[in-house]
Write a protein that binds this ligand. Structure first.
Ligand code: ADP
Ligand code: MG
Ligand code: MG
Length: 892
């Protein structure tokens, strides 16, 4: 029989799919013997059933009441008991953490009667009415759908009336009055009364949590984080413990290590006399955890011991929510904590040093995406005076943008490609769209565990929070710094999430420490306290290089790029485009070649191009000496090298209008351009087709390559040129070109006295090539997947035109989760890759196979290419370290 409810004592973290992250970890902590208030979890399966059928599944409510009885028994009191009521929290929690995106309702079980009982047993009327006030407010807004602002407004009005600076200054009588006001609001807004029956409260709260799975912000968050929409949330029902019972009580959030830097902890925020929601909401300013050590040394010591237990057990950084009720510590939540890229590298290296994880696990826990982030430049603040203000460095990185004060404005401006910084006193889950749209988030309140900080870190977004010196006035859309500077909406500011500082204007950028290391190999201390991260990155890359099977090459067209790629660890060039060798001053020669009326004229033009190309190849082969350099023969349509058609036509018409004769060459060029005009040039005369129809073109390029190889060989170099033919669709095309290559190389060998041989291979970038790869391999010594063209030709999407147009609609409608030009489409394009690999190797087992499209540097795609059995990936020089790391991770 299907079970929908599990007691905390029955579960564990292996049940995360069924019990959600929060529920399964509460169970795990219970299993570890940590002090967790008793409770039970309603499964994600129950939620899914509810969301699909609109009703709760059969038997669920019976199971809930059975488990409730057990909790009541353990607590020695019942839900709704008048003299001493058991109160419950009803908490959401999905398989993947979605901080603050769904609902949680606290203090379930209070009503007009039991609030009096609670006042009596707790000895605090204020506490009892504060709890009741919270329940009516939370239940009213989340379960009954009343606009939360109406409650906040009622609270603000009462505070004004009493002259109370914050809610701590409202007394029991005030809070009782507030409860009445709230109840009136609910009746007015819904036509219904706040339910006095605790059982009804519980039941409706559970269903509301189920429904919050499909709330707007939860959906938005899932789309952004690529979390599937059909998982559903579990619901944890748990006995309440109270952090708001006076000064010997409180709530806090803690990390076992600093989630921003990875430095050993403990680390966190504490708020005396408060419930946990107050900490995260950033309503009152928290104190650092070290303050708890002073306030309540016993609880602090216990907390530290529990954190050590958790870190050893999970073998990772954990974050924790806890509450102290009159000197007794309770653990309310834990999970493996979100962390910045910097912290991910630093702390996995540290955990490996401590022997908690192996070097391979350490490698598995970092990512190419994180490494990319660490390669981003940082602010050069040396010459830039004082910051406007300092806050907490909640999520690192450097961001420049116009200050905006509302989520909607951030979205509006970002849609117009403007870079913005979202500035708020504090953020709430409603600010999520603005946070996504912004380059950085800046808040004047809240600790490193406030909503803004947690969400920004999760998204890898720059964040400075708790910049208390800033007067943020969201109404007037401006903030004021301590020195009197006023920053209005639209003013550009710079936010340094690593240092926790805000600067006026746009601060210049410099290389990050990690980038400097990648460029120079120097792991030394840079004086920025970043040695730990740099060292960790170096170790992760070294490990990746040891375990990976895929080679990593770079796409590089110039000696400078080749040198950089080598420093980044490239093991050769997988794609050397020759297009640029036909540009600039050489255009003239190319024009002459195209306009040539006879073979002699054409040969003249080609002969003039030859020495120029040869010099280019010599430079690249020298920079990559000893490593393979795959040179692609000319690929783009020739008219790309001619002047623009309209421009020519206008020039000729202008001359005629003046009564002059147009320049003869212009007329000739226009005729040529017209002759060569194609409606679909990307499907036209390009790639191998050029070689077959333009006499002498292949020969000239091959001669330049061959002579460069001979020259490098004579200079005691070890050139390893490979010749790659683009856009082949049929083996016969390749055969014709290959015969010519061999003929020319034989001539070069003969003339130079240096035996020159180069492997000849082809790009696989047309579906027909992939489908006939077995035949093509008869003539090809290597394959290189051109996945940009292969994606374009497989989907029939022009990659030059569509990206901006309908892609966003396709992404929104979920046709694909990411652009197939970014991450390889495994089902379609990937299938062609699989066919080509298998059939190519059947013909020629030693066939070397790589990829040279953009996908070669995309982490997810690298894993696919590893699994597909490729020999190497080739990507832009800056992606080489990322590809090395991901190729290593793929091999684990
Ligand atoms: P979220 O997923 O948004 O963090 P939680 O379910 O963790 O939501 O609940 C929010 C806050 O409510 C927590 O920070 C916690 O402090 C408080 N809370 C939840 N359950 C209890 C409980 N049983 N006793 C006291 N406080 C609770
Ligand atoms: Mg929580
Ligand atoms: Mg191509």
């Amino acid at each position: 029989m299907v079970r929908y409810v599990y007691d905390f004592t029955e579960g564990g973290r292996e049940m995360v799919g069924l019990l959600g992250g929060k529920g399964s970890n509460l169970a795990e902590m219970t299993r570890l013997g940590l002090p967790v208030p008793p409770g039970f979890v309603i499964t994600t399966e129950a939620c899914r059933a509810f969301l699909t059928t609109g009703g709760e599944p059969m038997g669920m409510s019976r199971e809930v009441s059975d488990h409730l009885k057990a909790v009541e028994k353990a607590a020695g009191r019942r839900l709704g008991q008048r003299d001493d009521p058991l109160l419950l929290s009803v908490r959401s929690g999905a398989r993947f953490s979605m901080p603050g995106m769904m609902e949680t309702i606290l203090d379930i079980g209070l009503n007009d009667d039991s609030v009096l009982g609670l006042a009596k047993v707790s000895g605090s009327e204020r506490f009892a009415w504060d709890s009741y006030r919270r329940l009516v407010q939370m239940f009213g807004s989340t379960v009954m759908g009343v606009d939360a602002a109406l409650f906040e407004q009622a609270m603000a009005e009462l505070k004004d009336l009493r002259g109370a600076p914050d809610d701590m200054h409202l007394d029991a009588g005030d809070l009782a009055e507030l409860v009445e006001t709230y109840k009136t609001v609910i009746r007015r807004e819904t036509g219904e009364s706040f339910p006095q029956s605790p059982a009804e409260q519980l039941h409706r709260a559970i269903l509301a949590v189920f429904e919050s799975w499909n709330g707007e912000r939860a959906r938005l968050y899932r789309r952004r984080e690529h979390i599937p929409d059909d998982l559903g949330t579990a619901v944890s029902v748990q006995r309440m413990v109270f952090g708001n019972l006076g000064s010997d009580s409180g709530s806090g959030v803690a990390f076992t290590r600093d989630p921003a830097t990875g430095h050993p902890g403990p680390y966190g925020d504490y708020l005396p006399n408060a419930q946990g929601e107050d900490v995260v909401a950033g309503i009152r300013n928290t104190v650092p955890l070290s303050e708890l050590e002073r306030l309540d040394p016993t609880s602090y010591a216990r907390l530290c011991a529990h954190m050590r237990t958790l870190e050893r057990h999970y073998r990772d950084l954990c974050d924790i929510e806890f509450t102290i009720e009159r000197g007794t510590l309770w653990m309310l939540q834990t999970r493996v904590g979100k962390r910045t890229a910097e912290a991910a590298f630093a702390l996995t290296a540290a955990l490996a040093d401590e022997g908690l994880i192996t070097p391979d696990e350490s490698l598995a826990r970092v990512s190419g995406e994180g490494l990319t982030r660490l390669m981003f430049p940082r602010f050069d603040t040396s010459g830039n005076g004082d910051p406007l203000a300092r806050g907490l460095p909640a999520s690192p990185g450097a961001a420049v943008g116009a200050a905006v004060f509302h989520s909607a404005e951030a979205v509006r401006r970002a849609a117009a490609s403007e870079k913005v910084i979202l500035v708020r006193r504090e953020t709430t889950p409603d600010d999520l769209p603005g946070m996504i749209a912004a380059q950085a988030v800046l808040t004047s309140r809240g600790g490193k565990t406030s909503h803004a900080a947690v969400v920004a870190r999760g998204m890898g977004k720059v964040c400075v929070c708790g910049a208390e010196d800033l007067e943020v006035d969201t109404e007037a859309q401006r903030f004021t710094a301590p020195d009197g500077t006023v920053v209005e909406e639209g003013t550009v500011i710079s936010v340094d999430g690593s240092a926790g500082a805000v600067y006026p204007g746009s601060v210049p950028l410099v290389d990050s420490a990690v980038m400097r290391f990648l460029e120079t190999g120097d792991t030394g201390d840079t004086g920025e306290g970043s040695a730990g991260v740099v060292d960790a990155v170096a170790r992760a890359l070294a490990r990746a290089d040891t375990v990976r099977r895929l080679e990593v090459r770079a796409n590089a067209d110039t000696p400078e790029d080749a040198v950089r790629a080598r420093r980044f660890g490239a093991q050769g060039i997988g794609l050397c485009r020759t297009e640029h060798m036909f540009l600039g001053e050489r255009r003239k020669l190319v024009e002459e070649m195209i306009l040539a009326r006879s073979d002699t004229e054409r040969h003249g033009a080609l002969a003039a191009l030859l020495p120029l190309q040869r010099q280019d190849f010599v430079g690249i082969l020298e920079a990559m000496d000893g490593l393979p350099v795959t040179i692609r023969l000319l690929d783009p349509p020739l008219h790309e090298f001619l002047p623009d058609r309209t421009e020519l036509a206008v020039r000729i018409a202008a001359a005629e209008a003046r009564g002059d004769l147009p320049v003869a060459r212009d007329v000739e060029l226009l005729a040529a351009v017209n002759r060569m005009h194609e409606e679909n040039p990307m499907l036209g005369l390009r790639g191998v087709r050029l070689g077959l129809v333009v006499p002498g073109l292949v020969a000239m390029q091959v001669r330049a390559i061959g002579e460069a190889v001979a020259e490098r060989t004579r200079a005691d170099g070890a050139p390893q040129a490979e010749i790659m033919v683009p856009l082949v669709g049929d083996v016969r095309e390749l055969r014709i070109v290959r015969e010519e290559v061999q003929r020319v190389l034989a001539e070069v060998s003969e003339a130079s006295g240096v035996p020159v041989t180069c492997p000849v291979g082809t790009m696989i970038e047309l579906p027909r090539a992939a489908l006939t790869a077995g035949r093509i391999a008869e003539e090809a010594e290597f394959f290189s997947f051109g996945t940009n063209d292969l994606t374009q030709t497989t989907w029939g999407f022009s990659r030059d035109d569509v990206e901006a147009e309908f892609f966003s609609a396709y992404l929104d409608k979920g046709v694909f989760p990411t652009s197939p030009f970014e991450t390889i489409d495994q089902d379609g394009v990937g299938r062609l890759v699989g066919i080509a690999v298998a059939e190519g190797r059947t013909t020629r087992p030693e066939l070397k196979i790589g990829v040279c499209g953009e996908h070669g540097g995309d982490p997810e795609s690298v894993h696919f290419f590893h699994a597909a059995g490729l020999d190497y990936v080739s990507c832009s020089p800056f992606r080489v370290p990322v590809a090395r790391l991901e190729a290593g991770r793929a091999a684990l």
